[in-house]
Design a binder for this molecule. Structure first.
Ligand SMILES: [Zn+2]
Ligand SMILES: [Zn+2]
Length: 372
């Protein structure tokens, strides 16, 4: 998003290079697999000094390992290189190559990408899974999209609600984009970019059957821009048939994604429901002695706090009907079932999750109750 010069960053990058880099951290982003699919944690929109970012590509690899990501893409602005006086590398594939080399001995997929950068109404778009970024350099926009498609690219519309290009902060689907969608040259849309979730973008995704994405669009350091502020970077969870680039690509074209930013989860219903269901395990369910109050302990196996509202006919003892199961933590509910039951359908609305503008999914878990 940000197109600004910078001044302090080579010094910062140099300090980091001098240190041994660690791949273990307490801030690992974790999400469970869902039935039939592996959940890949991806950040497919990032910058380095090869466009207007502030770090060398190797740093992006190290950050991704610290965050426990499975896939990243470095998507340099093709047309905007504010550091070209100091880094006059003519090859637009260079950033990808350096990241690939750094990731060689690690369990991290690097996807080749570029950001096609224009003013409104075309705006910025990322093309990933490309073969040669140099061939995307063209003054006219239409041939760039055609070339990206020819290379097998998955193309998504970046930050459609960015106020620098859309002063009301709402995305406008122009004739240009309609034409690209019709031609099979636009496949996805960011509904979360940096810290901005635009529900208008979610509406566009659903109306035009575009894949839903969330990305960090990081220019500085993940630590400074997200972690120090108490956030995880925005990511896209991709539900792939296996952990490979081909499977990732198939899943992105098929639209099997959920965008995540902290406790906010945005996705199509068929993707979000199995994810939420897998995130919560029922650790224990039993009655308090001589009562019909059922204690149910929920364990959240994800790194996002999950916020729920009770949807059952039964009410709770000593707890609000709206509650949070903390990331990697537990929450014990006391459910007043009025008489002892052997099984129960736990029905909760996920208030931090959206399947459409202003619409939360209701998720159900079947619980067998332990008889003393
Ligand atoms: Zn951009
Ligand atoms: Zn960008």
């Amino acid at each position: 998003m940000k197109l600004q010069p910078f001044f302090i960053t080579f010094f910062a990058a140099a300090c980091l290079f001098a240190q041994e880099h660690s791949h273990t951290s307490s801030r690992a982003i974790t999400f469970p697999d869902v039935p039939n699919y592996t959940t890949l944690k991806t950040d497919l929109h990032q910058h380095t000094v090869f466009s207007d970012g502030n770090v060398w590509p190797t740093i992006r690899v190290m950050e991704a390992l610290r965050d426990n990501l499975d896939v990243i893409s470095l998507t340099e602005h093709l047309e905007y290189q504010p550091h070209s006086a100091d880094i006059p590398h003519p090859d637009r594939n260079r950033s990808f190559q350096l990241a690939l080399e750094e990731a060689k001995n690690h369990d991290l997929l690097i996807v080749h990408g570029s950001e096609i950068t224009r003013g409104a109404p075309m705006g910025h778009n990322n093309a990933i899974f490309i073969e040669d970024a140099n061939k995307l350099l063209n003054e006219k926009a239409e041939p760039v999209f055609a070339e990206a498609k020819k290379q097998g690219g998955f193309i998504f519309w970046n930050h459609p609600a960015w106020y620098a290009q859309s002063p009301k902060g709402t995305p406008i689907l122009s004739d240009f984009q309609k034409e690209r969608i019709k031609n099979g040259e636009l496949h996805g849309i960011e509904v979360i970019n940096t810290g901005d979730y635009a529900e208008e973008s979610l509406a566009l995704a659903l109306e035009n059957n575009l894949t839903i994405l969330g990305t960090s669009d990081i220019h500085g350091l993940i630590d400074w821009d997200y972690v120090e502020k108490g956030h995880d970077r925005p990511i896209t969870l991709v539900f792939a048939k296996e952990r490979s680039e081909a499977a990732l690509k198939e899943a992105l074209f098929a639209g099997r994604t959920v965008a995540v930013f902290n406790s906010l989860l945005v996705g199509k219903e068929e993707n979000l429901m199995p994810l939420l269901k897998a995130c919560i395990l029922i650790e224990e369910a039993r009655y308090i002695d001589k009562t019909s109050i059922l204690k149910v302990t929920l364990k959240n196996v994800s790194s996002s706090d999950l916020i729920f509202e009770n949807q059952m006919p039964y009410t709770f003892y000593s707890s609000s009907p709206v509650f949070t199961v903390p990331a990697e933590g537990t929450k014990t509910l006391q459910i007043k079932t009025l008489e002892e039951v052997q099984s129960l359908t736990l029905s909760l609305k996920a208030l931090g999750a959206y399947i459409a503008p202003k619409e939360h999914p209701a998720v159900e878990w079947e619980i067998e109750i332990r008889v003393e």
